[in-house]
Design a protein around this ligand. Structure first.
Ligand SMILES: [Zn+2]
Length: 461
């Protein structure tokens, strides 16, 4: 059995690992490289393997940095089967369609700019909507947690709940070659136990080799309860000043988690009863509908609500804005509203309109609840800029700015260590982390055998 590394190596994005076993070739994830750097070139670069020669693609979860290059894989000749859980399949379709749409819009903008400046115009997107639909035709068997799936003679995989986002999984390979059995476990992204919506990650099975994420390999998270309290207090104080609360939100998981937290705050009278909540993100609205189709995936509190026939994401005063006109209408509201919109790092999307309308108002608040990469508008505001540029216009930062850190969807160092210990692995391969986080985590593993592969490296066992 051979594993080679083609993304998220000494880096957090672009997850893509190639497994060769039983005479066949399997990919685990095929994600987008993301961040503040110009990564378009990296996404469009050769994969490092022949796309047409891949027999099966196993998808751990629907985040763009795990599924974003699948349409490109299809474009370059992949005609194998894609296996994922039911929820991942639906969410990945949504995420890839959104990515194609953004790329097509970007390309159109670039072409118009180029056309004004010179004779020839270049800037085609990496892939378009049609490529996504073609790639989605490759979805085959649906994985259920704990149910083995045979990929080839002597190669069986099993998905385990990773507790990271809806449908997320760790994937165990069991390979029998020349009378020798080996077990390799890919963690996927691991969740943070104690979050309100999802169950914690399942106990991992024993494995000879683990290939694991290390996003927070170097730190511990703040607990969730004080973060929720901080959110409620910030909303209450902002409404008393007569302003709006603007929350830049990732469409998957974070938006649904916030809706649930706001619902609980409203139900327990810890939030103003007249609060109006706007979810201004077509993708988050679609994702919320998908979430409601998988009641079996939730933690006990949410499952209880669903059993009672109550909507865990519904609260009085909640408005969904799908159309542009509905989004623009929110700009007329100057106080008493909680406005959630994407993108989470404010690099694009409707959030920029809401920031333009609220950031200059001292009575308003902006609350950041997610990761913000260097160089993004979110990071500039968090770092204390006095004014920012939005749509070519200078906007003063007079709103109160909060950063609340307890909502992470990733396991922290202690949780990663506990997970790794349960696998009893002889060999631990670290991926999906910044180099410093990986080194810190490798130190924590002490005398155990760990390694940090570079892009293109191969290991054999
Ligand atoms: Zn993820």
């Amino acid at each position: 059995m051979k594993v080679s590394f083609h993304g998220a190596d000494r880096d957090v994005t672009g997850s893509c690992h190639l497994v060769e076993a039983g005479g066949k070739r399997f990919l685990v994830d095929c994600g987008f490289f993301q961040g503040s750097r110009e990564l378009d070139d990296e996404n469009g670069a050769p994969f490092g393997f022949d796309a047409a020669a891949i027999d099966v693609l196993l998808l751990t979860h629907a985040h763009l940095d795990h599924c974003g290059r699948i349409p490109l894989l299809h474009k370059r000749g992949f005609r194998g089967e894609i296996i994922a859980t039911g929820a991942t399949r639906e969410l990945a379709r949504l995420v890839m369609l959104d990515s194609a749409h953004l790329q097509e819009e970007d390309a159109r903008r670039k072409m118009r700019r180029e056309a004004r400046a010179r004779d020839s115009a270049d800037g085609a997107p990496l892939y378009g909507t049609l490529d996504v639909l073609n790639a989605c035709d490759r979805f085959g068997r649906v994985a259920a947690y704990g149910q083995p799936i045979t990929l080839a003679t002597g190669v069986v995989v099993t998905f385990f709940d990773a507790g990271h986002i809806l449908g997320s999984a760790s994937i165990l390979f069991e390979v029998e070659e020349s009378g020798r059995k080996r077990r390799a476990l890919f963690s996927g992204d691991l969740g943070n136990a104690g979050r309100p919506l999802l169950r914690p990650p399942a106990n991992p099975p024993q494995a000879d080799v683990v290939i694991m994420e290390t996003t927070y390999g170097d730190r511990l998270h703040k607990p969730l309860a004080p973060s929720i309290e901080e959110l409620y207090q910030a909303i209450g104080a902002t409404f008393q000043r007569g302003g709006n609360v603007v929350i830049p939100t990732f469409a998957l998981e974070r938006a649904q988690e916030l809706l649930y937290v706001l619902r609980q705050g409203h139900a327990s009278n810890r939030l103003p009863p007249a609060m109006q909540v706007f979810l201004d993100s077509p993708m988050a609205i679609s994702a919320t509908e998908i979430f409601e189709r998988y009641p079996e995936s939730y933690g006990p509190a949410v499952a209880e609500l669903l059993r009672e026939g109550r909507d865990p994401f519904g609260l009085p005063g909640l408005h969904f804005a799908r159309e542009t006109a509905e989004s623009a209408a929110i700009n007329r509201i100057t106080g008493g509203g909680v406005i959630m919109a994407g993108s989470g790092m404010c690099t694009g999307g409707r959030i920029r309109h809401h920031l333009r309308h609220n950031l200059w108002r001292p009575e308003a608040s902006v609350i950041f609840v997610g990761y913000a990469a260097q160089g993004t508008l979110a990071r500039t505001i968090i770092d204390g800029a006095k004014q920012v540029e939005i749509f070519g216009e200078t906007v003063l930062v007079r709103a109160e700015v909060h950063t609340i850190n307890g909502f992470s969807a990733h396991a922290d160092q202690a949780e990663l260590l506990a997970w790794q210990a349960q696998t009893h692995a002889e060999r631990t391969v670290l991926v999906h982390g910044e180099a410093s986080a990986m080194r810190a985590f490798a130190d924590k593993l002490g005398g155990q055998k760990s390694e940090i592969p570079a892009l293109g490296d191969t290991i054999e066992f």
